[in-house]
Design a protein around this ligand. Structure first.
Ligand SMILES: *[C@@H]1O[C@H](CO)[C@@H](O)[C@H](O)[C@H]1NC(C)=O
Ligand SMILES: *[C@@H]1O[C@H](CO)[C@@H](O)[C@H](O)[C@H]1NC(C)=O
Ligand SMILES: *[C@@H]1O[C@H](CO)[C@@H](O)[C@H](O)[C@H]1NC(C)=O
Ligand SMILES: *[C@@H]1O[C@H](CO)[C@@H](O)[C@H](O)[C@H]1NC(C)=O
Ligand SMILES: *[C@@H]1O[C@H](CO)[C@@H](O)[C@H](O)[C@H]1NC(C)=O
Length: 658
């Protein structure tokens, strides 16, 4: 569509005067110009202003709306990650259907006249579960991720042989709209600093994509990271946010890339949120000012994120800084387009800056999506989780003397139940616990009744009493694998023994739970009613329905008085809610998951305890922040000595007694 073709503006001072040497370049080309310090597209100097969007965080029916808003903001390109684990759930099993149809997404970008900067990893970070790497890589426990480990490279190569042939015909040189492809992601931040690995990737990308495509890397502006993350043959770009001095930051790029275009591949418009920490925000004014400074220098900029979206299902990642820090379900990011795809003040501030450098597309910005406050919906308890194990684990449990990890039983996400019997009478309270960092990430303990929660870097022991032979159940929840840093081999489940007064418990039955399979098939709505055990605390399922008045509009659901859990509507997993910890108080419910003219089936797995009158409240706006009362245990007490293997010292420094 000719009217959608982005403007071909100059990126370098000399091109302001022209004329442009066009003759030497082939008709469709996208190249580096080391003389004039710019990109050349079809021979002409070119600068991009781009924004990041992750198709895996946006429901497919909303793709066009979000991309159109990005185009109307004046962007010439979008930057897109491909999460490997989203497409290869098991070794050699690929999924490119529905929301995972990356080619359909790329078709839309082309249709709307946007260029694409593609970031196929294989590692992407992105605050995405395990940085995009499939959890099944950890079936080999000692694998060295992001290195020349032959098992890792073999898995990477088979994936690239599936993905990159889909990409090749979409490269700019071949008539498509992909102008450049990033190799790995911030590799310099990874301890391994393995040039053999980067060289291997360069070889695979060249072999599968051809010799013409522009390949690049992205790293922070730290000298050490630029040393380990860059490689001859890959154009080095950098990332930094509005807090950085633009001149100094590009100076860092110049030290590794003395000539060529200036590129900030991740200019941070906002930031992510962690459960239990304050909601992050970045002012529109500072984002706009930094953008203008960079554009003034002739730099190419990608804004990360332009539209953040949502960590649906179990896809949110985590960080590790002194302790495990899981990322919230919302990936709003305080980005120019909100989680629900609404233009914000920040978007208009950015568009105003862009208009000073290139003309904006003609026409209005599409409006915010319609929201509806469906109001209160009553739920009722369906069953305790322990009463429906036959549905959630139809193949039955695995027997093992000692606990096995999720990876050892090939369960990637979600929940696994560990069951054993008390070996003796515990009449005086005894310490039930695991070594620090061995409950990954939360364990909900039931012994006759719900006894409390063990937490990876928090409460790692509980005091319990009971009789010999009584059943002890611990439901383990994976809160998302670490997506950045040295600890991305982030095993889940009980990683060591659970002990009672220092004696390891044995003879476990381990139930891998396929909750999503059951819920997608209509359970529990289509199942006979259970005789519910009343308002007992602990993991339990709740159900309810609501009808939409005419149109299925977007909405946000609040959990008044609920603790923590997972929400599905019509079988779609909308992610984790955790109002007790915050800051996020509502979950985004895209209208596309709702039905008109028939009941919408709500399923909630509440893990700790629902309110006595279980109600949900559907609002027309999100609540991202609240004054936080939660203080992580580690912030209250001295840190645990590293490498401590002592079984019964909990993080509060209390000894092994109750
Ligand atoms: C940015 O850094 C440069 C070089 O160090 C310095 O001259 C300039 O004053 C700095 N700008 C700001 C706004 O701090
Ligand atoms: C995380 O990685 C760092 C650096 O290799 C290491 O020192 C630390 O022990 C790791 N932490 C955990 C909990 O594995
Ligand atoms: C669990 O305890 C048993 C028995 O003491 C021991 O042999 C085993 O190594 C322990 N497992 C772990 C992972 O510590
Ligand atoms: C909702 O549950 C009813 C049974 O109560 C079932 O007939 C219907 O198919 C379910 N709808 C969806 C969309 O799952
Ligand atoms: C939460 O957001 C509101 C509206 O944006 C703001 O007025 C308030 O100060 C914020 N509260 C906290 C604790 O950040």
């Amino acid at each position: 569509h000719p009217s959608f073709l982005p403007l071909q503006l100059c990126c370098c001072s000399s091109c302001l005067t022209g004329p442009f040497p066009q003759a030497s370049s082939p008709a469709r080309s996208f190249q580096l110009d080391y003389e004039e310090n710019c990109f050349r597209k079809d021979g002409a100097p070119f600068r991009y202003i781009s924004g990041s969007i992750h198709y895996a965080r946006v429901p497919r029916p909303a793709w066009r709306d979000r991309l159109l808003k990005m185009y109307m903001s004046g962007l010439s390109a979008v930057q897109v990650y491909v999460p490997w684990n989203y497409h290869e759930p098991l070794p050699g099993v690929y999924d490119f259907a529905g929301d995972r149809d990356v080619e359909a997404f790329l078709d839309l970008t082309a249709e709307l006249g946007l260029l694409v900067i593609l970031r196929p990893g294989p590692y992407i970070c992105a605050e995405w579960e395990m940085g995009g790497l499939p959890a099944w890589l950890l079936w080999k426990p000692d694998i060295v991720l992001r290195s020349s480990d032959p098992d890792y490279l073999a898995a990477v190569d088979s994936w690239l042989h599936v993905l990159l042939p889909k990409i090749k015909p979409r490269l700019y040189q071949h008539g498509g709209n992909i102008i450049s492809v990033q190799v790995e992601n911030e590799y310099g931040s990874y301890y391994a600093c393995d040039y053999g690995y980067l060289r291997h990737l360069l070889g695979s990308f060249r072999a599968l994509l051809g010799s013409e495509v522009l390949l690049f890397t992205t790293d922070s502006i730290q000298a050490e990271e630029l040393r380990c993350g860059t490689l001859q043959g890959l154009y080095a770009t950098i990332d930094f946010g509005p807090g950085s001095n633009v001149t100094e930051a590009f100076g860092a790029q110049r030290r590794v890339e003395p000539r060529g275009p200036l590129v900030n591949s991740e200019y941070y418009t906002g930031w992510l949120d962690y459960w239990g920490e304050a909601h992050a925000s970045t002012s529109s004014a500072s984002v706009a000012r930094g953008l203008e400074d960079m554009l003034q220098l002739g730099a190419n900029v990608n804004m990360y994120m332009f539209h953040g979206g949502t960590n649906f299902v179990y896809w949110s990642g985590a960080d590790f800084k002194d302790q495990y820090k899981p990322v919230t379900t919302s990936y709003d990011y305080d980005a120019p387009l909100s989680e629900a795809g609404d233009p914000t003040k920040k978007l208009f501030a950015i568009r105003t800056v862009i208009s000073k450098f290139q003309s904006l597309p003609v026409g209005p910005m599409p409006p915010a999506t319609l929201k509806y406050a469906y109001g209160w919906v009553a739920l009722r308890k369906y069953a305790d989780l322990l009463d429906v194990l036959d549905v959630l684990c139809p193949s039955g449990p695995i027997q093992s003397q000692f606990p096995l990890t999720f990876e050892a039983i090939k369960q990637a996400h979600g929940f696994v139940l560990y069951r054993t019997q008390l070996p003796w009478d515990v009449l005086d309270p005894a310490v039930l616990g695991a070594p620090p960092h061995h409950v990954c990430d939360r364990g909900y303990v039931m012994l006759q009744k719900y006894r409390g929660t063990l937490e990876r870097d928090g409460q790692t022991t509980l005091c319990v009493t009971g009789r010999a032979g009584e059943t002890l159940d611990v439901l383990l929840e994976n809160m998302g694998r670490i997506s950045f840093g040295a600890n991305i081999s982030d095993f889940k489940g009980l990683l060591g023994n659970l002990s009672l007064d220092s004696s390891p418990l044995s003879n476990w039955l381990i139930y891998p739970l396929a909750i999503d399979t059951a819920v997608q098939q209509g359970w529990p709505h289509t199942a006979p009613p259970q005789s519910s055990s009343g308002a007992r605390a602990g993991p339990a399922f709740y159900t309810g329905t609501f009808e939409t008045p005419g149109i299925a509009w977007d909405t946000f659901v609040k959990f008044p008085g609920w603790s923590k859990g997972q929400l599905w509507i019509n079988g779609f997993n909308l992610g984790r809610y955790w109002p007790r910890r915050g800051p996020q108080q509502t979950l985004f419910v895209p209208g596309s998951v709702l039905h008109v003219g028939r009941p919408n089936n709500i399923t909630v797995l509440e893990l700790e305890g629902a309110p006595s009158t279980p109600l949900l409240l559907f609002l027309d706006r999100p609540l991202f922040n609240r004054t936080l009362s939660y203080v992580p245990v580690l912030m209250l007490t001295p840190p645990i000595p590293r490498g401590s293997r002592h079984l019964f010292i909990d993080n509060a420094g209390r000894g092994g007694s109750c």
